[in-house]
Design a binder for this molecule. Structure first.
Ligand code: SUG
Length: 416
């Protein structure tokens, strides 16, 4: 059995829109009420997937969830007098950010040698709390082999859990035993701390992780207050490397020490605030990057285009590449439609270390399938959604039909 890391990207749904739903997410608030471009958004995400497929030889995906969510619409007793945010919640395409779909503990880390997944309850935000039942159905289909995967119930409310966005794994190589680091928030100034410590601890127990290889670290409240609503906005790990802003954790030095005790080979690539301020890191999403191990063994950082446009961030990247660090390439990608809602390259993917032969092949991408997905998006995804379209029946019919066409093209009508 050959364990590799597979990135499962969320295909951006046909109802992608900017409703300003996420308190503490600066981009979401800044773009509230803007027109959105679902077709362009989905094609941007697909182009990122194609790039990583070419780089890594393997890429997975999840399909959009059913929207508008009729059950949530009914539960909200909508009659037109409600605020627009409430009307928009059942339409959210937020499941595209699959880093929030689940927390994943690969087989080498768990006591029973199976890969454990816990769907995130996302209870802090109404529009995200509706995701998990449909996400879970999809995980159960994609990872149906009970010999290899265990899918847990979500953490009970009101313990907030936002999934892999607050979870990092350090290891020599993906197939080796890893140290799992759970990052939780306690406070975030005016903004909610979405990941609760007891939710993280519960998941670690359920996944049967070894206590000596499991760490719980507090996120810097100042980072949350500056707009880092998930840890993956200020830090990312891959194999032995932790790429982090210097102000990511409540006690930065203690965090490094604790990780190093459990994983002595740790290499920290730290960006000081003097080079890139917390605000600039959050604006450009430098850390919401995919840190990939290429087949050559070199590491590449897939960053948003916004990083190249920032003199501070690009200056730091250029100097880093000129040095002798473990990250040898920086690859900008255009995911601007997702970025405008606070979702960068790393938000759009869930990492699962497993043998690809154990995954339902319908969720694995190849070039021919990418062409089929592109054709459906071009034919069916709305070109533009204006705020006044949200809640209307013509748009409901078109996004339902668009998703249905995709499910049929991918032989996934079972999720209809
Ligand atoms: O939960 N944005 C998402 C972005 C999630 C990013 N994920 C990670 N960092 N892993 C969120 O805040 C905005 C929706 C709106 O405003 O319409 C939104 O849900």
């Amino acid at each position: 059995m050959s364990l590799v890391e597979i990135n499962f990207d969320g295909i951006v749904g046909p109802s992608h829109n900017y409703a300003g739903l996420s308190l503490g997410n600066i981009a979401s608030a800044a773009h509230a009420g803007d027109p959105s471009y679902p077709r362009a958004a989905a094609l941007q995400g697909l182009a990122k997937m194609r790039g990583n497929l070419a780089r890594l030889g393997v890429q997975g995906f999840f399909v959009p969830l059913p929207r508008p969510n009729r059950a949530l619409q009914a539960a909200l007793a909508l009659d037109g007098s409600e605020p627009p945010q409430l009307r928009a919640a059942p339409w959210s395409a937020s499941a595209m950010w699959t880093a929030n779909a689940a927390t994943v503990s690969p087989a080498p880390d768990t006591a029973d040698g199976k890969c454990h997944l816990t769907p995130a309850n996302l209870v802090t935000m109404l529009h995200r709390a509706q995701e998990w039942p449909d996400t879970r159905r999809q995980l159960e289909l994609a990872f149906a082999s009970r010999d290899h995967f265990v899918i847990h119930d979500p953490v009970p409310p009101s313990l907030g859990d936002e999934g892999a966005a607050n979870h990092m794994r350090l290891c020599q190589s993906h197939a080796d035993v890893g140290v799992e680091v759970f990052v939780y928030g306690k406070s975030g100034g005016p903004f909610p701390a979405r990941q609760h410590e007891q939710a993280s601890r519960l998941i670690a127990r359920a996944h049967r992780l070894a206590p000596e290889r499991t760490l719980f670290i507090e996120q810097n409240p100042a980072a949350i207050a500056a707009g880092a609503f998930h840890n993956d906005v200020v830090a990312v790990a891959n194999e032995r490397v932790l790429f982090t802003h210097a102000e990511a954790f409540a006690d930065q030095e203690a965090a490094y020490e604790a990780i190093r005790r459990a994983f002595p080979a740790l290499e920290v690539v730290e960006v000081p605030a003097s080079a890139v301020s917390l605000d600039e890191a959050i604006r450009t999403y430098l850390f919401n990057a995919q840190l990939l191990t290429l087949p050559s063994g070199e590491m590449a950082l897939v960053v948003p285009e916004e990083c190249r446009e920032s003199p501070a961030v690009w200056g730091w990247c250029t100097a880093m590449l000129a040095g002798n660090g473990p990250i040898r390439q920086v690859i900008p990608v255009d995911v601007r439609q997702s970025m405008a809602n606070g979702g960068g390259p790393a938000c759009l993917r869930l990492r699962v270390v497993c043998d690809p032969a154990t995954v339902d092949p319908r969720f694995l991408l190849d070039e021919a399938k990418a062409d089929r997905i592109a054709a459906v998006i071009e034919a069916h995804w709305p070109e533009q959604i204006d705020p006044s379209d949200i809640g209307t029946e013509p748009l409901a019919r078109s996004v339902i039909a668009a998703r249905q066409a995709l499910l049929e093209a991918l032989d996934l009508a079972a999720l209809g």
